[in-house]
Design a protein. Structure first.
Length: 97
């Protein structure tokens, strides 16, 4: 997982590349494998949750995520966590510049 976060003028912008194969039900059936895709994404800065998203199989392989939130979080750490259909969880952290 790659994360870049910048804070400017009271607004923090986050860009993240989530590495995941994102195998939809249709692709899985053709390949004879089980479907597996990211189902939930959360982002936190300290104790404050800044993103909570439920996703589906319609995201591309290695999805790119960009979002912004109000608040100057310069110097703090952002933590992004995703959960996929198989129950696997991955967490990435980055310092906000």
């Amino acid at each position: 997982m790659r994360i870049k976060a910048k804070s400017k003028g009271g607004k923090t912008t986050v860009k993240a590349l989530l590495k995941h194969p994102m195998m939809s039900f249709v692709q899985a059936k053709k390949a004879g494998k089980p479907a597996n895709f990211i189902t939930h994404i959360t982002a936190k800065v300290g104790d404050m949750q800044v993103l909570d998203a439920s996703t589906s199989q319609n995201l591309s392989k290695n999805p790119y995520l960009k979002f912004a939130f109000k608040g100057d979080a310069k110097g703090k750490e952002i933590e992004i966590t995703w959960v996929d259909l198989s129950g696997k969880t991955k967490t990435g952290k980055a310092k906000i510049k």
